[in-house]
Write a protein that binds this ligand. Structure first.
Ligand SMILES: [Zn+2]
Length: 155
């Protein structure tokens, strides 16, 4: 009976030992991943450059992010920018445009109709111009924070 308990205990210790070793290996593996600075990566993405090296263009065509950087081989197909860039765009444009039209109308700078057309034109122009930088910034942030497969593990 005691031998059986001893064997069971040894088996559990061995099992725990293996578990502890594998979790330590995992920890050292994740600690070995170098820290990525958030702001520089986001600024490179904002400029439409590779968040890692900044040497190549992040986008291939329109808002399509390239799968891999041709200079540093960093993979970008992991990104999940989804609708965050569009949300940020609406947030920024909405506040800028709403503020501008309210100032313009309050101070009688423009008539209601002129103000409306200027507002629509500014809203379209600014939102189109901001789409790429905002998406690049989001991809840069995800890369720096090792989100969605950027950390080496699949999402
Ligand atoms: Zn690169």
């Amino acid at each position: 009976m005691a031998d059986k308990d001893q064997a069971h205990l040894e088996a559990r210790v061995a099992e725990k030992g293996i578990n502890a070793m594998s979790s330590n290996e995992f920890l050292s593996e994740t600690e070995a991943l170098e820290e990525r600075a958030n702001w520089p990566a986001m600024m490179k993405g904002l400029r439409g450059r590779c968040p890692s090296c900044g040497e190549t263009a992040l986008f291939t065509k329109g808002l399509k992010v390239q799968d891999q950087c041709s200079v540093c081989d960093e993979e970008f197909h992991h990104h999940r920018a989804d609708d965050l860039p569009a949300y940020l765009n609406i947030f920024v444009v909405g506040h800028v445009v709403v503020a501008l039209i309210m100032i313009a109308l309050k101070w009688d700078i423009v008539s209601m109709w002129t103000g409306m057309f200027i507002t629509i034109a500014i809203a379209i122009l600014v939102s189109v111009l901001m789409m790429r930088p905002l998406k690049g910034m989001v991809v840069g942030a995800q890369w720096a924070m090792r989100m969605h497969g950027f950390g080496g593990n699949e999402d």
